[in-house]
Design a protein around this ligand. Structure first.
Ligand SMILES: C[S@@+](CC[C@H](N)C(=O)[O-])C[C@H]1O[C@@H](n2cnc3c(N)ncnc32)[C@H](O)[C@@H]1O
Length: 297
């Protein structure tokens, strides 16, 4: 046990409980860790999104307009940062609806790798958006052994969208693959995170996070998806959610959005992005009670 841990243990054992609670209540995000968000390209990014949406809407699939806008906002953020580079991978492509949203963001030097157990995808439609697109027909579980250039993708992917069968063991395996693939600034997005018809997705994700030696953390959740990044980039992505998520969603035509954060802990700092409920106003859920939690990442 370190000296710091000993002092904390002694303090929590010796001090009266209410005193400890008072100290704890001073834990809060620090404004000085908020990284500036450059919103100058919001309108032009949103205009490009509206063209991608027209293509995506013509492809049968499950991705909602909200998820399209949220994923597109994160991809636009990455595109504005030259430090964040790498390939884009999707497990569970179906006919390519989500791929049509991701493809326009991919730089000429980057590859889009689409993986599915079945052959539903009309790959030429996606290649018309990004020429360097590959379709791999296999289960995500066997991707490492089936994809010949797997080694080149390791730690070299900036965005991985996981939308396959949502089985417990598959999801656990997909966390492991994301951990192997993501570059330092990369983001992994897990679909049906809060869909309790697939309640196994949550325990599979957290089993991996709490038992594997990983630096993956959740930075944003929506009604459908969880967005994960590496700890080193947590302040970066949280700063974006706090400042840029709402204007980015609004510019993409998703009105009435709000963010919600009701706790801030060294171990968990994710923010919920959703549409407002009837009667809700303002950009933050529970501003009067939790206002200080929105001040920094
Ligand atoms: C919900 S759909 C994907 C929807 C798609 N992302 C979209 O935007 O429309 C799920 C897809 O996962 C595929 N799938 C199922 N099990 C899989 C696995 N183990 N690995 C990869 N793909 C899988 C299915 O064939 C199906 O096409």
């Amino acid at each position: 046990m370190s000296m710091k841990q000993r002092i904390i243990l002694a303090a929590t054992t010796l001090l009266p409980e209410h005193f400890v609670e008072t100290i704890k209540s001073h834990r809060r995000p620090d404004r000085k860790h908020l990284l500036a968000w450059d919103g100058t390209s919001v309108q032009s990014d949103a205009e490009r999104f509206l063209s991608s949406r027209i293509v995506a809407d013509q492809i049968d699939g499950m991705l909602s307009p909200f998820s399209m806008a949220a994923m597109d906002s994160v991809l636009s953020l990455q595109a504005s940062n030259p430090e964040i580079s790498g390939n884009v991978v999707e497990f569970g492509t179906y006919k390519g609806r989500s791929a049509a949203i991701m493809a326009p963001h991919i730089r000429p030097s980057e590859k889009l790798v689409l993986v599915d157990v079945a052959d539903y995808l009309e790959v030429e439609k996606i290649r018309a958006i990004h020429a360097n697109t590959e379709f791999v027909r296999c289960g995500s579980e066997e991707f490492c052994s089936r994809y010949p250039d797997y080694k080149q993708l390791r730690k070299n992917c900036r965005f991985v969208h996981v939308d396959s069968n949502h089985a417990y063991r598959t999801t656990f395996q997909e966390m492991k693959i994301c951990d192997a693939l993501l570059s330092p600034g990369g983001v992994a997005v897990f679909d049906d995170y809060t869909n309790l018809n697939y309640s196994q997705v949550l325990p599979a994700i957290y089993k991996y996070m709490y038992t594997a030696n990983t630096d993956l953390v959740v930075f944003m959740v929506t009604d459908v998806k969880a967005y994960l990044c590496r700890k080193r980039y947590l302040n970066y992505y949280l700063s974006f959610v706090l400042q840029g998520a709402l204007p980015s969603m609004t510019a993409r035509g998703v009105e009435d959005v709000i963010i919600s954060r009701t706790d801030w802990d060294r171990e968990y700092r994710a923010i919920y992005l959703r549409t407002r409920e009837p009667g809700e106003t303002g950009p933050h859920y529970g501003q009067e009670i939790y206002g200080r939690l929105y001040e920094g990442p």
